[in-house]
Write a protein that binds this ligand. Sequence first.
Ligand SMILES: [Cu+2]
Length: 121
Amino acid sequence: MKTRIILTLMTVLFVSLGMQAQQKKTKKSKKLITVEIQTSAVCGMCKERLEHDVAFAKGVKFVELNDETKVLTVKFKEGKNTKDGIKKAITKVGYDADDMIAEQKAYDALPACCKKDVAPH
Ligand SMILES: [Cu+2]
């Protein structure tokens, strides 16, 4: 009888320990990394385009372009992407990302008002 109680208690203990470990694991994999990247965005259309397109990059959960500074804030899941990966995604939309230069083909496809060498209006 005593053995049974001890066994039951041990089972409960192990199950709850296992659940705790699992919860920790889920929490860890949900960790978001925040990066801020200077872009060559010009206008509101750039903002929409960047926020929309970069949102599809791997692991990305949040994208917001600062209207004043044109700095793009991106939050992505740890392990799913890297800052360089996000920068690359930005250059593929046609914009510079920090020291990375916009992909020429994507840049050429931008409307004239969204090109970095055109004065803001
Ligand atoms: Cu624009």
